[in-house]
Design a binder for this molecule. Structure first.
Ligand code: GLG
Length: 831
């Protein structure tokens, strides 16, 4: 390498190479150096924010050392790597996780204490990196943590949004959105790589010519150009030296502005172009499980995919291998269809730029990609109108037509004369206008397609991708059940529980091998262990109660049953059913005599979650929850028997407080609609039990923890179609308890009933999400929860047994499965 230092000088470098902190003094020295130089402050003006920044700079320096070492090692080892392409990485805060994984938690804690600070206060200063909407983005964050922790060589590629998911405030019971500008203070967890700049083109036109060898060459030219600049976020593994990379791209203008226009006095239009370039990566689209065909979104997708592929190919070319070995060096995972353009872009680079023959190129492409599907909801499947696509990416559109032609020819050969099959599997949907079906393109361009939980992986084979099973056979389709990182979701969120578990396991090894949790099962009935277990739950409930008091001004009793539903607000997730159930509970309690009230299990019903800004129904549900909360919490007849709380602005760092405090959490989607869910795993891992439907990963959680340790209810996925059909073609009577709930809402006790008209009529007319069909079964399950919670010992033993059997849901296990069956990569140890 040209820029390398001559061997004679290397000794000096090695002598002064930055090392790990030997003790807290070394940390303190670095901390003070950063306060005084990096921040240009002193002990006379160092507040918590400055202290957080200095501490994180000191830790960041160490991460960079480990990062460099890892990258050098991976380069010399020269083995296959995986690239995880995700438009969302919902990372949350970095500092606590960095301290843990870098093994400097105690040093930092004591170090800052001597200097006059509390570590908890510093951690609170960090804004969440909220570059995602919900489960899909958080899964990507857990996955890159696991890829590093299990020593796989792997990078994440995403966008560096300047605005993450909006902040939610509740005003008068309604959701109000505020921008999340999270980069106000410089971000210590990223390394700008201004030297890594890649030109990206949009629009323009294509032409072809025949070159001297008589070969037809396609060119794409004349379009708008922007530049992609790399920002690297080190991803430290836990209990390993491996520190991988998350590379996020920011868009910049290629020229700062047009000098000609500037000199001619046209200031405004000279800066306009540069501003336009920057908007590409400016903001995260706030939809979860919903597709909206905006041109800027497609621009984001191409910008990110083109920059990432350019980067990957540059790295591959350094190895001087022939193109056919590309798939032996590179695996690319498509996190949903958002990065599917990468399939087309790689084919374009190989054929148009590198002169590889079409068929050979296509073989390389399909051996490189894997595609993960995260939903069967039709409204979430990406389809781009052909005119829009063609205008933005004219050459890509041609290539898609070509890919489609060859694919349909292959299908025609296998199933001659089945015109309808051809129509059904075509990448181009023959609608007006025509649409590009991105999921089909992803399937055709990948060697493996996976769903994210068993039921979901079965459903994609029998519903949305049925025809592709016919074409390819079943082996292309597989399941990898999701997982979560136990580092953040157990040790960091619930340190006391982690310590208690460690006391029985004999070490913290369960944080790397979650199956070791099994070792606590023998203590499920041990009264002393139960007491300690219950005390920790109570402590976590008190922590949440304090948060609720501070943010909502509501007093909640920590001895009450904490019943939690926190997730994006969506009709399919059925928060409406939950709040209707709460209203039913309220009406029932009000009808009791004082003596009868003594038998009621006191409950705190906690809700949290954001609605997409344009999702009217979800916003109405939020309003109803808040309206019910106002009435119930102020009702003297009810007292502590029922409290209703909506926690505003649910995000990763709030999840870390809320999840460890639940007794029951609700995962109550209409069967067959929630692909997996991942918070269900987090709640059980923290000793809460689930009230849920037979859907997504709830099914596998049941298998692992046992039917006695979960409350299941509702219709099964296989009956959903029939039930919907009944609603459409006959009068299905409304559930009588639900009818009473609707009467209460319509009587105006929760304010203007008109507000909730559409919410009620969606149930009384088609009831697509089967709220009425499941309501009685839901109430019955709730009743059982009330009864069982009274028996404290049994409840504790169920909670312990459930945790003991959660080993399967570590994202380390999920990553091992991907590595083995899709990516074909192996771990690289650094020693
Ligand atoms: C999706 C699904 C979830 C799933 C997650 C991760 O809706 O059920 O757990 O991806 O696979 N949009 C999502 O959150």
């Amino acid at each position: 390498i040209e820029a390398s230092i001559p061997s004679a000088s290397r000794q000096v470098w090695q002598k002064f190479a930055l090392k790990e902190f030997a003790d807290k003094e070394e940390f303190q020295q670095e901390f003070i150096r950063h306060v005084e130089t990096t921040l240009a402050r002193s002990m006379y003006n160092c507040d918590d924010l400055a202290a957080y920044q200095a501490a994180s700079q000191a830790i960041r320096d160490r991460l960079i050392v480990a990062w460099n070492k890892t990258q050098q090692k991976h380069t010399t080892k020269d083995r296959k790597r995986v690239y995880y392409l995700s438009l969302e990485f919902l990372m949350g805060r970095a500092m606590d996780n960095a301290m843990l994984n870098a093994g400097v938690k105690d040093i930092t804690k004591q170090g800052v204490e001597d200097l006059g600070f509390k570590i908890e206060d510093l951690l609170e200063q960090e804004p969440d990196a909220a570059l995602g909407n919900g489960g899909l983005g958080r899964l990507a964050a857990c996955f890159i943590d696991s890829i590093a922790s299990t020593n796989y060589p792997g990078w994440g590629y995403g966008l560096r949004y300047q605005y993450g998911i909006f902040k939610q405030r509740i005003v008068d019971g309604y959701q109000v959105e505020a921008p999340d500008y999270w980069l106000t203070f410089s971000n210590p967890w990223e390394i700008p790589r201004y030297e890594i700049q890649i030109d990206i083109m949009f629009y323009g036109y294509t032409r072809k010519y025949t070159n001297d060898d008589g070969k037809v060459v396609h060119v794409w030219e004349g379009g708008e150009q922007v530049q992609a600049v790399a920002y690297d976020v080190p991803v430290p593994g836990y209990g390993t030296e491996t520190t991988n990379n998350l590379r996020l791209w920011a868009s910049k203008p290629t020229r700062e502005f047009d000098f000609e226009k500037f000199n001619a006095g046209d200031y405004e239009s000279s800066v306009r172009e540069s501003q336009k370039a920057e908007t590409i990566s400016a903001v995260l689209y706030p939809n979860d499980n919903f597709y909206s065909g905006k041109e800027l979104r497609l621009k984001q997708q191409y910008f990110w995919v083109a920059a990432s592929l350019n980067d990957i190919i540059r790295r591959f070319k350094k190895t001087h291998r022939p193109w056919k070995e590309f798939p032996d060096q590179v695996a690319i995972q498509l996190n949903d269809t958002h990065p599917t353009l990468a399939v087309v872009e790689l084919q374009r680079i190989l054929v148009d730029m590198e002169g590889v023959e079409w068929d050979e190129a296509w073989k390389i492409v399909t051996s490189t990609f894997g595609y993960t599907n995260h939903t069967v909801l039709p409204e979430a499947l990406e389809k781009w109108p052909v005119p829009l696509f063609q205008n933005l990416l004219p050459r890509h559109m041609e290539i898609i037509y070509e890919i489609n032609l060859f694919f349909l020819q292959q299908v025609e050969k296998l199933f001659p004369k089945d015109r309808d099959l051809l129509r059904r599997v075509s990448i181009i949907e023959e609608s007006t206008p025509q649409q590009v079906r991105m999921a089909f393109l992803a399937i055709i361009g990948s060697h493996k397609v996976n769903g994210v939980a068993e039921l979901h992986s079965e459903l994609i084979k029998t519903t949305i991708f049925k025809d592709f099973v016919t074409v390819y056979g079943p082996d292309k389709f597989m399941n990898v059940t999701n997982g979560i990182t136990p580092r953040r979701w157990l040790h960091q969120a619930n340190p006391q529980l982690s310590d208690l578990i460690a006391s029985k396991v004999g070490s913290y090894d369960f944080l790397k091998d979650l199956n070791l949790l099994k070792k606590i099962e023998p203590f499920a009935h041990d009264p002393k262990f139960q007491d300690e277990w219950v005390a920790i739950k109570k402590f976590n409930k008190a922590r949440l109660a304090a948060h609720i008091k501070q943010s909502n001004g509501i007093d909640v009793d920590v001895n009450a049953l904490f019943d939690v539903q926190v997730k994006r607000i969506h009709e399919y997730k059925r928060q409406q059913m939950n709040i209707f159930g709460v209203i039913h509970r309220y009406l029932s309690i009000k009808a009791l005599t004082a003596a009868q009230k003594k038998d009621v299990t006191p409950r705190v019903c906690i809700f949290g979650g954001k609605s997409a800004p344009g999702y009217y129904m979800a916003k109405t549900i939020i309003k109803l929850i808040n309206a019910v909360s106002e009435v119930v919490n102020a009702d003297a007849d009810i007292g502590d028997l029922l409290k209703v709380v909506f926690i505003a602005d649910y995000n990763v760092s709030k999840a870390e407080i809320i999840i460890p405090a639940s007794d029951i959490s609700q995962h109550i989607s209409t069967a067959g609609t929630e692909a997996s869910g991942t918070s269900n795993m987090k709640f059980v891992l923290n000793g809460g039990l689930i009230l849920g439907t037979v859907d997504g990963a709830n099914i596998e959680i049941t298998r692992e923890v046992g039917e006695n340790n979960i409350f299941l209810f509702g219709h099964l996925a296989e009956s959903v179609e029939d039930l919907r059909h009944k609603h459409r073609f006959s009068d299905v009577p409304l559930d009588p308890n639900l009818e009473k709930v609707f009467e209460a809402i319509e009587s105006g006790i929760f304010g203007d009933a008109n507000i909730y008209g559409s919410l009620i009529s969606s149930v009384t007319s088609s009831d697509y999400y089967l709220v009425s069909d499941d309501f009685q079964s839901y109430l019955d399950a709730q009743k059982l929860v009330d009864q069982d919670f009274k028996n404290k010992d049994t409840w504790a033993s169920r909670s312990i047994s459930a945790v003991a059997n959660m080993g399967f849901f570590s994202s380390d296990r999920a990553i091992d499965e991907y590595a083995e069956s899709i990516w074909n990569i192996e771990p690289i140890s650094l020693d």
